[in-house]
Design a protein around this ligand. Structure first.
Ligand code: APR
Length: 316
């Protein structure tokens, strides 16, 4: 896909692991942008990029894919996606990964932004809300240009479970999940709808509670099944939706991890919010009317993220 000057967009993905390589495939096969895959492991991003290029004729796209171990090759990117880090192992919480991934994300953000000072940054590495803060702190770029992918994935999982429960197509379901990406996420049943009808009109409270519990446990359920590493197909699809929304300037209201400046009574942290996402990045944060327990859950979520931000900033 190109802009009005017929320049092909460029997306650089730091971390050519499961999420990064699946995202590269989605972005190229949708013809959205040329892709540069960066990794610290020599040969891995080059091999994946070549493999994906060799599928181009059959998949019907004309995008270029390249792999590299040098940030110079990511120069002039429109978007930088950071997936570099260690994935969760069974029994490990996202927070166990805090310190290691903070160093990796800081280095990735600094390495990439040095060659693409105007790029938007999407962080995927966990623990997500804290890593997004780390990327922003390291680069000091405007807050609306840094964001994290979590809410779209959590909402997609809720969407799936609602659809399975009702025996309908997931495409008929819109779900909304806010808060931190982890056990303290905040699914919003009143804002989760089927053809505009809130699910609170379609299911009884125990059923909704069961689906919410499965959603909150969604990442761990897959880690438990796979045993090695975490989910990557739905995470890659979730980032790809953000890439498409931004590059094609098709603004959408999506739950995105965004910087808060007083919204919901919270400041100076990144948390999953209902946002207007567009070409400029986070163009607006919507303040929805929440129930008392949802407000409490959001504030608990924020408290946990803030504690981890303080831990990580003291360490870095
Ligand atoms: N710079 C660049 N790449 C790095 C660095 C670094 N400093 N450190 C690690 N990597 C690379 C690894 O070499 C690996 O190829 O990051 C990649 C991570 O890939 P996977 O281990 O396959 O992990 P993945 O499943 O893709 O998840 C990546 O996304 O959803 C989150 O929790 C998940 O934090 C994890 C991230």
């Amino acid at each position: 896909m190109t802009d009005s000057l017929h320049r092909t967009y460029k997306v650089s993905i730091v971390g050519a692991g499961n999420v990064g390589s699946t995202l590269a495939q989605r972005v190229a096969e949708k013809n959205l942008a040329d892709v540069v895959l960066f990794d610290i492991v020599t040969g891995r991003p080059q091999g994946i990029a070549l493999d994906l290029m060799e599928a181009a004729g059959m998949e019907g796209h004309s995008r270029q894919l390249a792999g590299t171990n040098d940030y110079v090759d990511t120069a002039d990117s429109d978007l930088i996606v950071i997936t570099a880090g260690l994935p969760r192992k069974p029994g490990m919480t996202r927070d166990d990964l805090l310190k290691t991934n903070a160093q990796i994300v800081r280095d990735a953000a600094l390495g990439a932004i040095a060659h693409s000072p105007n790029a938007l940054i999407i962080v995927v590495t966990n623990p997500l809300d804290v890593m997004t803060y780390v990327a922003w702190q390291a680069t000091q770029i405007p807050t609306h240009q840094v964001m994290g992918m979590a809410g779209i994935l959590d909402s997609a999982r809720f969407q799936t479970f609602i659809a399975l429960e009702l025996g309908i197509s997931p495409q008929a379901v819109n779900a909304m999940v806010l808060g931190s990406h982890g056990d303290l996420m905040v699914p919003l049943p009143a804002y989760s709808t089927v053809s505009g009808i809130p699910i609170t009109e379609l299911m009884d409270p125990p059923t909704i509670d069961r689906l919410i519990e499965r959603t909150c446990n969604g990442g761990a359920e897959i880690v438990g099944l796979l045993q090695t590493g975490g989910a990557y197909y739905a995470p890659a699809s979730s980032v790809c939706l953000m890439v498409e929304t931004i590059l094609l300037n098709q603004p959408r209201i999506l739950p995105v991890t965004a910087y808060l400046q007083g919204e919901y009574g919270l400041s100076d942290l990144f948390l999953g919010m209902p946002t207007r996402l567009g070409r400029a990045g986070i163009e607006k944060i919507y303040e929805l009317t929440l129930t008392h327990s949802e407000k409490e859950a959001l504030s608990l979520s924020a408290q946990k993220v803030r504690e981890n931000i303080e831990r990580v900033m003291a360490f870095l």
